[in-house]
Design a protein around this ligand. Structure first.
Ligand code: SF4
Ligand code: SF4
Length: 261
């Protein structure tokens, strides 16, 4: 593909996903387009030394998709936080973006809260965390302190019943069904694959990290963002979310191959 063709493709990709992934559809063509747009933004982020433009674009795009979705069915609202008491994972730029959303004067307190949480959750995987009901260290007075920058897994964790969430995330609870509108799993999968593919193409790990462990590392290093963008694997020792690399599935790998053929 020559430069003019690449420019035309980039323009068409932007147009295709301008209103966000389409709820209930988010087909291969949309996910591929978003993957390429995010990849271009990540390449620009290397020069800029900040992941903020990538993540701002991604969050704006998810907001657009949410506006298009029939969300009157959701029980979710700011301050409802049962779902903030379980295993959360995030990819590297999400962790760095959350860090950036914490004002400098609050970073030391945030680092202390994360450290305390990590001492309890540090080695536990999703299964063991299920019934632990340990509060996320980003919670303040029952609400997320980094709401606008919260990881994709938080943003796309929705429910039609807060009561069901209260039961499912209670201490000692086993696996329980939470009623979720049909289109949300499709949206969550589409956004996750698109970001993972963009990272993979740019030479970064595609998988997610356990949130407390990842935030602990991000907050410990003042230069974490610049070092990560410069190619240092800042999160190499951080506990990964098992199964969070979508490209272990041949169908997702085909999407990636089609995006960058
Ligand atoms: S997913 Fe459940 S706990 Fe979380 S905001 Fe929605 S209703 Fe509340
Ligand atoms: S980052 Fe915010 S939304 Fe996500 S689990 Fe923590 S408090 Fe909840």
């Amino acid at each position: 593909m020559n430069r003019a063709e690449r420019r035309r493709q980039a323009r068409e990709d932007r147009e295709r996903i301008a209103r966000g992934l389409e709820a209930g559809r988010a087909d291969g063509r949309e996910v591929i387009a978003l993957m390429r747009v995010l990849h271009d933004l990540i390449e620009e982020a290397r020069d800029a030394g900040t992941v903020a433009p990538v993540m701002q674009f991604l969050h704006a795009n998810m907001r657009s998709a949410e506006r298009l979705a029939p969300n009157h069915l959701l029980a979710c609202r700011r301050g409802c936080a049962f779902c903030c008491h379980t295993f959360v994972s995030a990819r590297a730029p999400e962790l760095l973006f959350v860090k950036g959303a914490i004002p400098g004067r609050d970073r030391a307190a945030a680092a202390a809260a994360v450290e305390e949480a990590w001492r309890v959750t540090g080695t536990l995987g999703p299964g063991a965390r299920g019934g632990l009901a340990r509060a996320c260290p980003m919670l303040r007075d029952g609400a997320c302190n980094v709401y606008a920058a919260r990881p994709m897994t938080c943003r796309m964790a929705v429910s039609q019943s807060a009561e069901a969430c209260g039961r499912a995330f209670a201490p000692g609870a086993g696996p329980m069904q939470i009623p979720v509108p049909d289109h949300y799993p499709t949206l969550r999968r589409g956004y996750s694959i698109a970001l993972a593919g963009a990272l993979r193409r740019a030479g970064f790990p595609a998988w997610s990290y356990e949130f407390n462990a990842g935030m602990r590392t991000a907050l410990a290093r003042p230069d974490a963002e610049k070092a990560w963008l410069a190619g240092e694997d800042v999160f190499a020792d951080v506990q990964r979310d098992p199964g969070s690399d979508p490209f272990t599935l041949p169908s997702n790998l085909r999407l990636y191959d089609d995006a960058f053929a």
